[in-house]
Design a protein around this ligand. Structure first.
Ligand SMILES: [Zn+2]
Length: 463
């Protein structure tokens, strides 16, 4: 090939490359245009005047300033003390509070669409719309806990997108027809032999799931609980491939045996009994083990009356009148709860408090999108903070659980706190959530990966 034809060839390749890039970004824009506003690429942005909650429990920085370059935080300090070039874009946040975006480590995407709940809803468009709902509420990342269908979750995870990050456990594991609730039930591998589970785990880890999920629950005697030799084999095989395993549990005894089997974390709190010293001793030996509490799933029994947030504007942004009425009615019927149901809700909160006091790693998880979680994507993650405070955590501790701890649990190093080098993922609030955790729902702006989420456009889409 002559020098000239080589150059023409290279130019051709370059043009093809540019065209396919253009096509990819066009289709992305089509899907995402409403989701996020255009970032001033390459510009330096200075945000000043806000109270800044770092997300690690430290004292907030009053009258803060921080600088974002592209999608990362490059400086943090006090207002008036950061050196910025004359061309920097300034955002005045005086009177506002900034906190890290949240991470929800237990959700079920794709089945819920408004009031309908069906595997037929599991489409790319519905997954993306759900991620937009999380982004709208300031949730930077979610983990789909074992109800992924086919390759779609892995494809959507891999797409270059702005907005909320999508992590997935792919398909979870249970005895045949004994995993997640209907209509998600067939998403899980139904397993009966050790050879089978090892084979299924190997098939799954080839897709690089962010965690594995198992169901260890007989659903009040209605289904067969995953047998210990099977979950031991799943954990063993997953660990051999450097993938962690999270368990759906209900009982104290199962939690203990799973800990002995090397489980990495739990998708719910212990629900049948008070946590005891033996459990705490097992947890003390393995400090990395985490719990997400899914108190949202027990909201009726915990509140026992209509919560004040039913009247908040955020609900009208996200939900139809009919959906709000249904949610409201569900609390009205809470007056008919039995004393046993009320007591079990109190025990749940006590268990959270005891684990927290013992220094156990608590993150945020809601089960939104599942049977008890409903379609309240985003809203539920914010209300979960309030429920953690009801369990006895301070607002600052609840925020740490939902930000730093949850990001740690999912291995998302760039999220969780607001610090130099971290991704610029944060909420701008109209009032201080350290005074009242309900203020986490008074959202003025959301930034994910340095881009402001276009909340007015999303509201218009959902109206
Ligand atoms: Zn779940």
């Amino acid at each position: 090939m002559s020098a000239q034809s080589t150059m023409i060839f290279r130019l051709g390749v370059l043009l093809i490359g540019v065209c396919s890039l253009q096509a990819a970004s066009d289709s992305r824009r089509e899907l995402r245009d409403e989701g996020s506003q255009t970032a001033p690429v390459g510009t330096v942005r200075l945000f000043e005047g806000a109270r800044l909650i770092v997300g690690d429990g430290s004292t907030p920085i009053e009258s803060s300033a921080f600088i974002i370059e592209n999608d990362h935080i490059t400086r943090i300090g006090k207002k008036g003390q950061l050196p910025v070039s004359a061309g920097a874009h300034r955002v005045d946040l005086t009177g506002k509070t900034v906190m890290p975006a949240l991470v929800d480590a237990h959700v079920h995407l794709g089945y819920r669409k408004g009031l309908s709940f069906s595997a037929d809803n599991y489409t790319r468009d519905n997954l993306l719309d759900t991620l937009d709902r999380f982004a709208y509420c300031g949730i930077a990342a979610v983990l789909e806990a074992g109800t992924g269908r086919g390759d779609l979750p892995f494809q959507v995870r891999g797409d270059a997108r702005s907005g909320a990050r999508y992590l997935t456990a792919g398909r979870g594991f249970a005895m045949p027809n004994a995993g997640p609730g209907v209509p998600m039930r067939d998403a899980a591998f139904g397993v009966t032999t050790e050879a089978e589970v090892r084979n299924d785990v190997r098939m799954l880890v080839a897709k690089h799931p962010d965690m594995l999920k198992i169901w260890v629950d007989d659903r009040n005697g209605t289904v067969e609980k995953l047998k210990p030799p099977l979950y031991r084999a799943i954990i063993d095989e997953a660990h051999a491939h450097h993938v962690r395993v999270m368990a759906h549990i209900a009982t104290l005894d199962d939690a203990k045996d799973l800990l002995r089997a090397g489980i990495d974390g739990f998708g719910h709190i212990v629900r049948d009994r008070e946590v005891d010293d033996e459990l705490l001793a097992l947890l003390k030996q393995r400090r990395q083990v985490f719990f997400v509490e899914t108190l949202w799933g027990e909201r009726r029994a915990i509140y026992q009356e209509k919560p004040a947030w039913l009247e908040e504007p955020l609900l009208r942004d996200l939900l139809s009148e009919e959906e709000i009425a249904q949610l409201s009615d569900s609390f009205a019927s809470a007056v008919s709860l039995t004393p046993q149901q009320r007591e079990s809700a109190r025990r749940l909160l006590r268990n959270v408090a005891v684990l927290h006091a013992a220094g156990v790693r608590l993150g945020l998880g809601t089960d939104t999108g599942g049977v008890t979680g409903g379609q309240y994507f985003g809203l539920a993650s914010l209300v979960e903070l309030e429920l953690l405070v009801r369990a006895g955590l301070t607002p600052a501790q609840a925020i740490v659980a939902a930000t730093r701890n949850s990001a740690d649990i999912l291995g998302l190093d760039e999220l969780g706190t607001l610090a130099v080098g971290k991704s610029a993922d944060f909420l701008v609030l109209d009032a201080n959530p350290l005074d009242d955790i309900a203020n986490t729902r008074r959202i003025s702006m959301v930034y994910l990966r340095g881009i402001e989420i276009n909340r007015p456009a999303l509201r218009a889409r959902w109206r």
